[in-house]
Design a protein around this ligand. Structure first.
Ligand SMILES: [Zn+2]
Length: 259
């Protein structure tokens, strides 16, 4: 199947709850799988969905709600290594700061014996990066630490994930004409002043509208956001596409056009 499929591994902002994990999205096409963020509480759901490890992991930035379970995945691969299983190196595409945070948490220096289980590469902004059947393209996001948004394409279908960002013309441009915009909306606290490094629900919908994204998945909502507030904020912005709220396990298929 050359369709593009996305499944939510977790969509909380800040950290996991008993009902689900922090940020994580599995994207698959044909036999290729890429994970976009692997925040706290997402790894077990990933293991339930794919029989092997993903072909690559994209970490949008170094905050723990976006990368904590990469440590868990490393631990899984290290256990396999100890048991004698040799796998290809896990490819992690991440901006500045993630590799340092990761190996710092592991306390694994440059000569650590298992360091080669994972290899980090920095995303070249604006240039396509091939991962099996998928192509990833990155743009700089506007967050409190170095951060990227990512667009994942397969033939005529694409999805774009903002990671964490405030309003950003580069992210908006990356999402231009995309089939699915997965936009964070972690900024609605119900009172000013607003933090500049997250989107409000209204800003996320406006980004989808200006990008001509065909559908919008709102995610990473502020923990104080109520459904009524979100519905009202969505209704206040003119947008022709469908809007959904992310939930763990939600799957969206983007089918290729047939002629
Ligand atoms: Zn963040």
């Amino acid at each position: 199947m050359s369709d593009l499929t996305m499944t939510v591994l977790g969509c909380n902002s800040g950290g996991p709850t008993r009902g689900g994990g922090a940020s994580g999205y599995l994207v698959t096409a044909e036999s290729t799988s890429v994970v976009l963020d692997l925040g706290s509480g997402t790894l077990q759901r990933l293991f339930e969905l794919i029989p092997d490890v993903p072909d690559a992991v994209v970490i949008t930035h170094r905050h723990v709600d976006h990368m904590a379970d990469l440590l868990g995945l490393y631990g899984y691969l290290a256990s396999e290594r100890r048991a004698g299983e040799l796998r290809p190196t896990l490819r992690v595409i991440a901006p500045q700061g993630v590799e340092e945070a990761f190996f710092g948490a592991l306390q694994a220096g440059p000569t650590h014996g298992y360091r080669d289980i994972i290899v980090f590469e920095e995303p070249p902004l604006g240039e396509p990066v091939a991962v099996g059947a998928l192509v990833c393209t990155f743009a700089e996001a506007s967050h409190s630490v170095p951060a990227v948004a990512v667009r994942v394409s397969r033939l005529r279908r694409s999805l774009t994930y903002t990671g964490d960002t405030g309003p950003s013309s580069s992210v908006e441009q990356l999402a231009s004409d995309t089939d699915l915009l997965i936009a964070e909306a972690g900024n609605d606290r119900g009172q000013p002043p607003l933090y500049p490094y997250h989107l409000t629900v209204g800003e996320a919908v406006a980004m989808a509208s200006r990008s001509d994204a065909r559908q919008l998945l709102l995610t990473h909502l502020h923990m104080a956001a109520t459904l009524d507030d979100v519905v009202a904020a969505v209704a206040a912005v003119k947008y022709a596409g469908e809007v959904q709220l992310a939930a763990p396990g939600l799957t969206i298929h983007l089918e290729q056009e047939t002629f």
